[in-house]
Design a protein around this ligand. Structure first.
Ligand code: SF4
Length: 407
């Protein structure tokens, strides 16, 4: 077992571009925390997706709080959930424990905060960062998105630029393992402005950056603003230019581009996310969370009330799909081409057979000719198929052209 993902389905306000599962109504927060802890216990005992005994006995290497906005929880809530993992699973020594956080949650008046918090859990003079460390959190993933006020307003983020900078200034004094998120391809963002964003991020010395192109998802506010002509449509060419600037600038600064949207200094790759990309097993806790046990994929209901009700009735609110050989091949191609580890041709032949390998190489031919894909021999016994620098931005499109259809 590689890790446990815990989805915290609450946010202060809805970012205009976001289609993740969350609610801005916090009324059920306490019930939700109890339900999450109960699901952790239920999944450790008897779960349809982790039926295999090995899934339960293999130690947990990473615990990841994602969302939504995990930093909306009290420290005592996070501690309660971490304790629930330790109580119910075997956990390695020094697991990676990540909390996704928004700057406005890490940036408040500490004196005021101290008054509000249960002092049995929290010593009076500690900062939020020390509190997080005390409960075992050793990695922060901070949703900065941009260092420009107009971008943050367009995205409807809950924080402003000053809060973003202040938060990073303080966070870096306590944590060395920090990732920040940045969004590129924002309408009307010039290359110069994007470069400035990256340079500002670098000035804080963080060792990991995740950066995604702004995408317009159906049913989001951004989609409706674009339909009404209030905001221009993001442009693919601009996004590609921003991506190229990002790759060059971060490479110059010692970052390794280890996944399409992720850049880390050596020893600072996200262990949690790397294990998804390397096809390891994981358990997803909470509404909308996904799980994978090597053969089956499961996903929890994306509705807070239904989730809580189901857990209270001792039923896991999960749907399960058993992956076919072709599904597993397609997933491996998709994730492999996005990463520095590529797609191992030997693994394709061993796990899926020669027909799959022949198909893959035949489909790849035109991309070899266009210098978008290449084969790299790692050793006498291992060759990988990977995207070239030019092909990286297009890796999802290329991967889908290498997919096989289920018969
Ligand atoms: S804070 Fe994150 S999860 Fe919440 S609405 Fe914004 S982008 Fe979505």
């Amino acid at each position: 077992m590689s890790g446990i993902y815990i989805h915290i389905p609450f946010c202060k306000q809805a970012c205009h571009y976001c289609d993740f599962h969350f609610s801005t109504n916090l009324k059920k927060k306490d019930e939700m925390v109890l339900a999450l802890a109960k699901e952790i216990e239920m999944r450790s005992k008897n779960t349809s997706i982790t039926h295999h005994p090995s899934s339960i006995t293999e130690p947990i290497e990473t615990i990841y709080f994602g969302g939504g906005t995990p930093s909306i929880l009290e420290i005592s809530d996070l501690k309660f959930l971490i304790d629930a993992v330790y109580k119910n699973f075997k956990v390695v020594e020094n697991p990676e424990i990540t909390v996704e956080a928004n700057p406005d949650d890490l940036n408040f008046d500490f004196a005021q905060y101290d008054k509000e918090v249960d002092l049995s859990v929290r010593a009076e003079s500690r900062t939020i960062f020390e509190e997080l460390q005390t409960i075992g959190v050793n990695r922060l993933s901070i949703g900065i998105q941009s260092f420009f006020e107009d971008d943050l307003k367009l995205m409807n983020r809950a924080h402003n630029v000053e809060e973003a900078k202040k938060c990073l200034e303080i966070a870096t004094q306590y944590f060395d393992n920090i990732s920040i998120d940045l969004i590129y391809g924002v309408p009307q963002m010039s290359n110069e402005k994007w470069l400035q964003n990256i340079e500002t991020a670098l000035s804080f010395g963080v060792p990991h950056i995740s950066s995604y192109a702004l995408t317009v998802e159906p049913k989001t506010a951004l989609h409706s603003f674009i339909q009404k002509g209030i905001i221009p449509q993001p442009n693919d060419e601009v996004a590609q230019e921003h991506f190229d600037i990002l790759v060059d600038k971060l490479s110059e600064n010692g970052f390794i581009h280890y996944e399409l949207s992720n850049f880390g200094k050596e020893n600072y790759f996200s262990k949690n996310n790397s294990s998804y990309w390397l096809g390891k097993k994981y358990i997803g806790i909470g509404p909308s969370a996904h799980s994978y046990d090597g053969k089956n994929r499961g996903w929890n209901v994306s509705n807070n009330s239904l989730y809580i009700k189901s857990i209270q009735e001792n039923k896991l609110p999960i749907e399960i799909e058993t992956l076919t050989k072709t599904d597993r091949y397609n997933e491996y191609i998709m994730t492999g081409l996005r990463t520095i580890w590529g797609v191992s041709l030997e693994r394709i032949e061993k796990e899926f057979g020669k027909t799959y390998l022949d198909y893959l190489l035949m489909q790849s031919k035109k991309y070899f000719d266009q210098e978008l894909l290449e084969c790299v021999k790692l050793s006498e016994v291992e060759t990988i198929l990977k995207t070239t620098k030019k092909g990286k931005f297009l890796s999802d499109g290329i991967a889908s052209d290498l997919f096989l259809l289920n018969k």
